[in-house]
Design a protein around this ligand. Structure first.
Ligand code: SF4
Length: 194
């Protein structure tokens, strides 16, 4: 499968410390998407399910779950369902973002593989006209939190605040992840870079 990015431990993509995978490739092309570099299926890099699981094993004592983001995770439903199966086997939880609506996923071929291994689904395309950063993790108010199991509940988000994490590599490259007012963050980073 192709991924754009993996962060082994982050506190900015859901409750607790989480392993996160941004898959490469998305056909939704939402207007106002802040991750256009993730649209192409040729970008990113190849990684196998076993390689991902091996990375998870190295941090499994520190994480409480995994978050799949994109790109569109359901383009890799089979591979991610295997990763999620491993996560469940070690009693951790799974959050999956998708640009599809839950109702469409229920009819989409192979989507059930990942749906059956997802505890919380955050669904729907990003809608630029409905931008709302007041809720955790979601970027627009049309996107829904659908709790598919009781492994995660709304109570875990009661004290959760949107946040960004900023990483600076030893080559001086600045990367960020998380959720919030991305335009404000980009202005901040542009000023720092300038
Ligand atoms: S689903 Fe996500 S990655 Fe895909 S276009 Fe929409 S906002 Fe961008």
């Amino acid at each position: 499968m192709r991924v754009n990015r993996i962060i082994e431990k982050t506190y900015a993509e859901g409750p607790g410390c989480r392993f996160c995978i941004w898959v490469q490739g998305c056909k939704h092309h939402c207007v106002g998407c802040f991750a256009k570099e993730l649209w192409s299926f040729d970008g990113g890099y190849d990684i196998s399910v076993n390689e991902i699981i091996s990375k998870i094993k190295s941090v499994s004592n520190d994480i409480c779950g995994i978050t799949f983001l994109g790109g569109e995770p359901f383009e890799y439903a089979e591979e991610l369902s295997e990763v999620a199966g491993y996560i469940h086997s070690i009693n951790k939880n799974v959050i999956t973002f998708t640009g599809y609506c839950y109702e469409d996923l229920q009819k989409k071929s192979n989507a059930d593989m990942l749906l059956n291994q997802t505890d919380l689904l955050i669904d729907g395309k990003f809608d630029e006209g409905l931008v709302d950063y007041s809720r955790p993790l979601a970027g627009s108010s049309n996107q829904r939190f659908i709790y598919l199991t009781d492994k995660i509940s709304g109570e875990e988000f009661e004290h959760y605040k949107n946040r960004f994490e900023i990483r600076v590599s030893n080559k001086g490259i600045i990367e960020f992840n998380g959720m919030g007012n991305i335009k404000k963050l980009q202005n901040f980073l542009n000023k720092k870079g300038g």
